[in-house]
Design a protein around this ligand. Structure first.
Ligand code: DAH
Length: 347
């Protein structure tokens, strides 16, 4: 009996190898694996007449033959399908039964993600998101923000000037050094109450190092209304810090100077790495500065035609790269723009 099975196996294998088309394969299937009188089925049926001690061994052998033949058949069918496709012109080589090719899925750059998160935190507090031009004129970037020509604060902003001169022969166009000029543009167009956030690229003519890039991003905020006070500024920024850095963040405000606000402050959060004990990330201070802010200077309000006796404003400017570096523990700003996919895929 066993030799009979071996014979069937050998015969089946050679006939399958010789099968040339779908019809050959179908005939082969009937002959060996057919349900009614295929070779394997006949053997299984014969088991009943066999002496009991032979039954088990023959049954097992017949079953494993069946499994082997089914596997050989599947392989053959697959090969036949590929061969059939290969013979066709390129355009019709589509087998809808083959598994699809998964397209690579893109993602937002970590800076874009962080910027959206910052803007999202403020828009849920009622701020409207706007954008503005990257090429600015001197008036909006400096003059209207209380930084006239010759003002020492211009030194804070190393500027890329556009090679264009106005009627007076002055360079009057530049790449914006901050997003603050949009404060003026927004207020010129609209009466209070104002509540906007401005996100985008800014440019500074400076050497690149671990914490400086000549192109980076800011999110600016401005609110103008009756009765806004420093308490509103603090409350708003506190809420923002909790949203981005977690519920038990502490914040610290210290006096700072920016010509377009009075008083001016800088805001820091307690270091999330060491909890304020002092570590490498916070340079042993326990605090991380994340933005400049303040109450809009009355003369800035007057310049756009707002009555500074009736209205007050709060403003802030957040460095997006700085926030992203703190949030993700990144120690060099240049990683963001090196386009190393191993870095970018982590976000
Ligand atoms: N524009 C400032 C800078 O780039 C940041 C800033 C400080 C913006 C104070 C503000 C503010 O709106 O009130 O350094």
């Amino acid at each position: 009996m066993q030799t009979n099975l071996e014979k069937i196996r050998a015969e089946a294998e050679s006939e399958l190898a010789a099968a040339k088309d779908a019809a050959d394969i179908e005939r082969w299937r009937n002959k060996f694996l057919g349900r009614k009188d295929g070779a394997v089925v006949q053997i299984l049926r014969g088991l009943a007449q066999m002496p009991i001690d032979e039954r088990k061994a023959v049954g097992e052998a017949a079953n494993s033959l069946k499994v082997a033949l089914e596997a050989a058949l599947a392989t053959k069918e697959d090969a036949a399908k590929r061969e059939a496709l290969a013979g066709q012109p390129e355009s019709s080589k589509v087998d809808v039964t083959l598994p699809g090719v998964q397209p690579a899925i893109g993602r937002y750059h970590p800076i874009t993600q962080t910027m959206r998160e910052i803007v999202g935190a403020f828009s849920s507090m009622g701020f409207q998101a706007v954008e503005g031009p990257e090429v600015e004129i001197d008036y909006y970037n400096f003059e209207a923000l209380n930084i006239p020509k010759g003002h020492p604060a211009r030194d804070m902003f190393d500027t890329f000037w556009v090679d264009y001169k106005n009627d007076k022969g002055e360079r009057a166009m530049l790449l914006r050094t901050h997003t603050s000029p949009m404060q003026i543009r927004v207020m010129e167009k609209q009466k209070p109450p104002v509540r906007v956030v401005v996100s985008g690229k800014v440019f500074r003519y400076e050497a690149t190092d671990a914490t400086h890039e000549s192109i980076f991003h800011q999110v600016e905020g401005l609110a103008v209304d009756d009765n806004l006070s420093l308490a509103d500024l603090k409350g708003t920024l506190y809420e923002f810090a909790r949203r981005l850095f977690g519920a038990d963040r502490k914040v610290r405000f210290r006096c700072d100077y920016f010509p377009f606000v009075e008083p001016g402050v800088d805001m820091a959060i307690d270091c999330f790495n060491c909890g304020g004990q002092g570590c490498r990330i916070c340079k042993e201070t326990g605090w991380l500065e994340i933005m400049g802010a303040g109450m809009v200077h009355p003369s800035v309000l007057e310049r756009v035609g707002y009555d500074s006796k009736q209205y007050t404003g709060l403003a802030f400017g957040i460095g997006v790269e700085r926030v992203a570096m703190l949030k993700y523990g990144i120690d060099d700003i240049r990683h963001f723009y090196a386009n190393d996919m191993r870095f970018l895929r982590q976000f």
